[in-house]
Each structure stands twice: as C-alpha cells, then as structure tokens.
Design a binder for this molecule. Structure first.
Ligand code: 5RP
Length: 228
C-alpha cells in the first residue's frame, strides 16, 4: 500500500515528468522522489517521447535503463536543458540541503550544468530554517581522520555515514560522507558553507544555493503546487 508520503512524492515526480518536452536533455536526480519522476518519464519515452538523459547516480542510471529512458554518459554533454531532483530540506529562499541519498557531488555538478533545476518534494521538506536534517559533506578518504578533526575544530559535530551493515558508506565517486548534526536549525547557511569549503579534504557540501528553479510540492491527496 502506498503511504501518504509516497503518494505526495509520486504526485511531485509525475507532475515534473509531464513538463518534459521533445528533444530535451535531462539530468535525472537521485532518491525516492526522483524514482517516481524516472518511472513516469520512462512511461512517456515508451509512448514515443524523444529525450536523452544523464544520471546523478548509478542507482538512477540503473532505474532509467530499466524504465526505457535513453541514458548517456555524462561527458556526452557539457550543458543540459533541465535537471529534476529531490531535496531533503528547502527554505523560502529556495536554499536547500541535499545528499540524504549520498549523491550530492554529482547532483551539484549536474544541477550546475543545467539551464534549469526543477525540485520535486513532498510538503514535509519545506522548512523555515535549514539544519534539522543533517548536512552531508563528501570528503576524500585520504586523511579522512584529519579532515574530520578539522570539521570538528570549526565546532561542528557529526559522524561518518555508515551502511546498514556497519561499514563506511562509499559514494559513487569512491569518497566518504560526513553528516553534520546541527544542535538546532541554522540562520547562516552561507557562512557555514564558506567555512567548511576551506577544508581541503571536503569536496562538496550538501548546501545548494541559487540553483532551484521551479519547486513542485506534492501532497498526500495527490495534488501538487508549483512554486516558480
Ligand atoms: C540524494 C538527494 C535526494 O534528492 C534527497 O535526499 C531527497 O531524497 P528523497 O526524495 O528520497 O526524500 O539529495 O542525494
């Protein structure tokens, strides 16, 4: 049975898939909401829509292949028409935390090479302030302990992400994720981002600023709201 949350995610993902037009180049996001976008986009491709896509993760690549979406290597393009991706939190200025699914680095690269980013979320992702959701950082495994110490020296607490099996989670790029847990929601994400970026072992943060275009919010009754 579909949960109310799944229904909301599906509504957002399906609504985004309806916006895709013939011959577009599309970045496919990662996560449970992006799953529904890929599912419906696959249906549209099987019905005759011609597009080509690139993926922000191996998982979405596999889903796209299964769904019948023509998927290309990322280096087939240097620019894309559109990326459609989920978010873990988004505030009224469309600042986001992403990377709950561990794909933040590729997601940010693909978002940055896209002319537009459509964000697909369920209502619960809308927040007044960012920071209740842990902020993921993609860090290189070389000297990761020194990098973690550096992050902690800035006053941030957190942990290296683990798999269910208790091993370190490894990203598609072969790196680690350190999730920062803020004691309370934050007022200065740009300043925090600036501080963390100075650490050489940190490849990318899960803060996404100035990237979100349309935001499609799904509700558990199956309705959607589109904020431009
Ligand atoms: C993956 C992401 C996802 O977009 C984010 O975690 C939201 O996921 P979901 O749609 O499953 O709630 O950033 O790295």
């Amino acid at each position: 049975m579909e949960s109310p949350k799944d229904k909301a995610k599906k509504a957002a993902g399906y609504a985004a898939a309806e916006l895709i037009q013939e011959n577009m180049t599309i970045g496919l996001g990662t996560g449970t909401t992006a799953f529904y976008f890929i599912e419906r986009l696959g249906e549209r491709c099987r019905q005759g829509l011609h597009i080509s896509a690139v993926s922000t993760s191996q998982k979405s690549w596999d889903l796209a292949r299964e769904a019948g979406i023509p998927i290309r290597d990322i280096d087939s393009y240097t620019s894309l028409d559109l990326v459609v991706d989920g978010a873990d939190e988004i505030d009224s200025q469309k600042r986001m935390i992403k990377g709950g699914g561990g794909a933040l680095l590729r997601e940010k690269i693909v978002a940055t090479m896209s002319k537009e980013m459509i964000v697909i979320i369920d209502r619960q992702k809308l927040v007044e302030k960012l920071g209740a959701f842990p902020l993921p950082l993609e860090i290189v495994s070389f000297a990761w302990k020194a990098t973690v110490l550096h992050i902690q020296d800035l006053g941030f607490k957190g942990a290296i992400r683990q798999t269910k099996e208790g091993k370190s989670y490894i990203t598609d790029n072969g790196n680690l994720i350190f999730d920062i847990h803020f004691p309370s929601p934050i007022s200065n994400p740009e300043e925090i981002d600036r501080q963390i970026r100075k650490i050489p072992g940190v490849l990318e943060t899960g803060f996404f600023f100035n990237l979100a275009g349309k935001v499609i919010i799904g509700y558990s009754d199956g309705k959607v709201e589109i904020r431009t």
